[in-house]
Design a binder for this molecule. Structure first.
Ligand SMILES: *Cc1c(COP(=O)(O)O)cnc(C)c1O
Length: 432
């Protein structure tokens, strides 16, 4: 499969090159040259397929012959070694829990898939060329990337995170693994980390000295495997015989955009709903037709504190650049922190369900959409385990949360980080 840049000013590349480069040289996001619908028989028989077979059918055209079938299946087997349960809250609303992986965030699947693809390509090369994955995190991405890439041959991972601005558990996930993972603790906020990473990618001093790549959802190998979730939910809910509506709590819009890709492949999804916090660029766009990015504001659902969603351009492409088509396929709502906390309490009281702040926003958006659209099957994506957002959860719920084994195992490990406060220090670290 060939990929082109959505800025249309860079050569087409293979899957492998797109994964290694991350972003095209013209700074555009890569997008597959063709998208072929899956056969009807696949959807008719989906109940008889296991997760790995479903994932393989969904992703194979995007990898092409660059990873042989058996290796690709092995990679998927390894990536998908945990569950993706659909939990029914009532007759019309279910939660799709994406947090049963090693770091308890949905980003585990994308990070693990990307890591194993890079590991595979490195293993094929005669001369080893190391790649450095450079990533800025406001909390969740860093942990998933650190865990996904741990011990992968030929890949070094450098994670920048804002000092004091991530939860204790998130910080442990970033800073305790060692081996090929280094955490840089930045005196500043997430935007400072992000700005340094962007500057490094543009800095010509790195050319021929250190090969940098990203592990954000701009990378196709992080973005595309997120389609699997929607297929899994379809399989689980098909017997209900109702049209599916997915509500996705969104920040950079990689996850929801992967759902739209699944829809392009023929998965019968009737509509998408996006829920956001105060960072409401897309709901505003859907309302007014004006796309205006802003600087991000801090909220309790901080993995979605994004003022300029990087995958929006891919969403546009999937809708042929048409605002009307997009509006037919996507509704958007935004919520305050107070409303988010109310929803967490409501879900606990009403359905004995504990949602994290991101999932709670997905739930709110779904409920608002369903109010005017009945007789569909609603699914909201629960994107992280509530334990990861303990400091902002209501006390009465936080006190009773049990710490899952994945988290317990890292709590007593020693934090190791290198403190930096500006770009020059980052550069000194990367190019000593
Ligand atoms: C990253 C993240 C999101 C947002 O996902 P996008 O693909 O960036 O839209 C939502 N919830 C949690 C918990 C996350 O970590």
């Amino acid at each position: 499969m060939k990929y082109f840049s959505l800025n249309h000013d860079a050569p087409e590349v293979s899957f492998q090159e797109a994964v290694i480069k991350g972003l095209a040289p013209d700074k555009g996001l890569y997008f597959p040259k063709s998208i072929n619908q899956l056969p009807k028989s696949f959807f008719d028989n989906i109940e008889s397929l296991d997760d790995v077979s479903i994932a393989y059918e969904a992703i194979k055209q995007f990898v092409g012959d660059e990873i042989p079938q058996t290796d690709l299946k092995d990679i998927l087997e390894d990536v998908l070694s945990f569950d993706f349960p659909v939990v029914e809250l009532n007759d019309s609303i279910s939660a799709l829990e994406l947090y049963h992986g090693p770091t308890m965030a949905f980003k585990d699947v994308g990070a693990r898939f990307m890591a194993r693809c890079l590991g595979y390509f490195n293993g094929q090369k005669e001369t080893k060329e190391n790649v450095t994955v450079l990533v800025a995190t406001s909390g969740d991405t860093g942990g998933a990337v650190a865990s996904g890439f741990l011990g992968v041959n030929g890949v070094e991972v450098v994670i920048l995170y804002p000092s004091g601005k991530v939860s204790d558990i998130q910080e442990k996930q970033l800073t305790t693994l060692g081996q090929n993972i280094t955490a840089l603790e930045v005196e500043g906020v997430f935007d400072d980390c992000q700005a340094m990473v962007k500057r490094a990618f543009l800095d010509k001093d790195f050319h021929n000295k250190r090969k940098l790549t990203s592990a954000n959802s701009i990378n196709i190998a992080r973005w595309l495997p997120q389609m699997f979730y929607y297929f899994f939910a379809y399989k689980a809910l098909k017997h209900k015989g109702k049209d599916l509506v997915f509500s996705v709590p969104s920040g950079n819009y990689g996850n929801i955009c992967a759902g739209m890709m699944a829809q392009k492949l023929g998965l019968p999804i009737q509509h998408f709903v996006t829920g956001t916090n105060a960072n409401d660029v897309i709901p505003q766009y859907l309302k007014t037709g004006n796309y205006t990015t802003k600087s991000s504001v801090a909220t309790i659902s901080n993995a979605m504190d994004v003022g300029a969603p990087s995958n929006f351009i891919r969403i546009k492409e999937l809708h042929d650049g048409s605002f009307e088509l997009l509006k037919k396929n996507l509704s958007g709502y935004s919520y305050s922190d107070v409303e988010t906390l109310e929803a967490i309490n409501y879900l606990k009281e009403r359905s004995d369900y504990v949602a994290d702040p991101h999932g709670a926003i997905g739930y709110l958006a779904l409920k608002d959409y369903l109010a005017g659209n009945r007789n569909v099957q609603g699914v909201f994506l629960e994107t992280a385990h509530p334990i990861k957002f303990l400091p902002v959860m209501p006390n009465s719920i936080a006190d009773k949360l049990e710490i899952p084994t994945q988290i317990k195992s890292i709590l007593y490990l020693k934090k190791r980080s290198i403190q930096i406060h500006d770009y020059e220090q980052l550069k000194d670290y990367l190019l000593p």
